[in-house]
Design a protein around this ligand. Structure first.
Ligand SMILES: [Zn+2]
Length: 357
């Protein structure tokens, strides 16, 4: 090809056409060897981009004689369109082949995924939810109250007067201002009686706090479920029927209940509450892990609401009577799974908790 001075317009047009052909050949080779979409995007920018080689080539048209420009321009545009088509075809092919995935022969996309480790519910939550479901079925409303209480709700309104040994500083977790961490969920029944009119039928699950020395059977924080029923003509027979219905729902029909006389300041009469051992049916042969050979397991305490408690909460004891009960949730969980150490429920060792999945 001539490169002398004074070359004719025809020679310049021919050189432009040859440059365009060479550029198109180089572009096609690079497009075909682009291994993935990233590499292809770089090739596209280099040839078909805003400042790409094809645009540079079009600028060469201005150096041609005016009458040759249309034909030469059409030629360059045809080549640009061909490069564009090749880019598009290669992209379609790469996408179809999943070119974004690493080329790993051991990777099989048809295999099911590896399962993620799954958590489990805490045994205390399992028992609490079962109790909750039973009481809701029996027509009880769920209520809650604060864990930091004043002396009125934790003691006075529950007929535990000033000077009572239960109010000793060593028997409670006191905080500032004479307030304390509640030692029982009975505080919630006081709050309900103060704010709602009877008839009442509520249960209150929650955490309570007592300065116990922690050992295999004691924690300083644990869960209770409190129940309260107030209506006209409520008697001890209603309490027994309620407890029996609950026990049969929790442990199955055939379970027996037993009341042992006891004393609580806020109930009169008061009783401790047992159910026959669900594991050995109440007739232990040898050493039953659930009841320890007793045949009975303790469920909690209960009684008829003390008339003084009713009047202190603004309810007329001449018209209304009621019963209350409290049950320890950790205790029920321990008996359910024959746990020997209550601390396992608080330590939250995953090896222990995963058994409840
Ligand atoms: Zn037993």
């Amino acid at each position: 090809m001539s490169n002398g001075t004074g070359q004719s317009g025809g020679a310049a047009a021919a050189r432009l056409a040859a440059d365009a052909e060479a550029l198109a050949a180089a572009a096609r080779a690079e497009i075909e060897s682009a291994a993935d979409l990233d590499a292809l995007a770089k090739v596209r920018a280099r040839y078909a981009g805003k400042n790409g080689a094809l645009k540079e080539l079009l600028k060469g048209l201005s150096g041609l004689p005016k009458e040759e420009r249309p034909a030469a321009g059409a030629g360059v545009n045809r080549i640009a369109a061909a490069v564009q088509d090749a880019l598009d075809a290669r992209r379609t092919a790469l996408e179809a082949a999943g070119a974004d995935e690493p080329d790993d022969p051991s990777f099989d996309p048809t295999l099911p995924g590896a399962p993620l480790p799954r958590g489990s519910r805490h045994p205390v939550s399992i028992v609490l939810d079962e109790m909750r479901a039973i009481f809701v079925r029996m027509g009880f409303d769920e209520v809650t109250g604060p864990e930091v209480e004043d002396a009125w709700h934790n003691f006075d309104a529950l007929n535990i007067p000033a000077g009572h040994p239960a109010r000793e500083r060593t028997d409670q977790f006191y905080v500032e201002g004479g307030r304390l961490l509640r030692s029982q969920t009975s505080t919630v029944q006081v709050r309900v009686m103060e704010t709602r009119k009877p008839p009442l039928r509520v249960f209150a699950p929650g955490r309570v706090y007592r300065p116990e020395t922690v050992d295999a059977r004691h924690l300083y924080a644990f869960h209770q479920v409190e129940g309260l029923v107030i209506d006209e003509g409520i008697s001890l027979a209603d309490l027994k029927a309620c407890i029996r219905t609950f026990a049969e729902s929790m442990y199955g029909s055939g379970i027996a209940t037993r009341f042992r006389p006891h004393n609580f300041p806020f109930t009169e009469v008061s009783a401790e509450l047992d159910v026959s051992c669900p594991a050995c049916g109440g007739t232990p042969t040898g050493r039953c892990a659930t009841c320890g050979g007793e045949g009975w397991i303790e469920l909690g305490g209960c009684g008829m609401v003390h008339p003084r408690v009713l009047s202190m909460c603004g309810i007329d004891p001449e018209r209304w009577t009621g019963f209350a009960f409290g049950m320890g949730v950790e205790r029920i969980a321990m008996r359910r799974w024959a746990l020997e150490d209550i601390r396992a429920l608080e330590e939250n060792d995953v090896r222990f908790l995963s058994q409840f999945a």
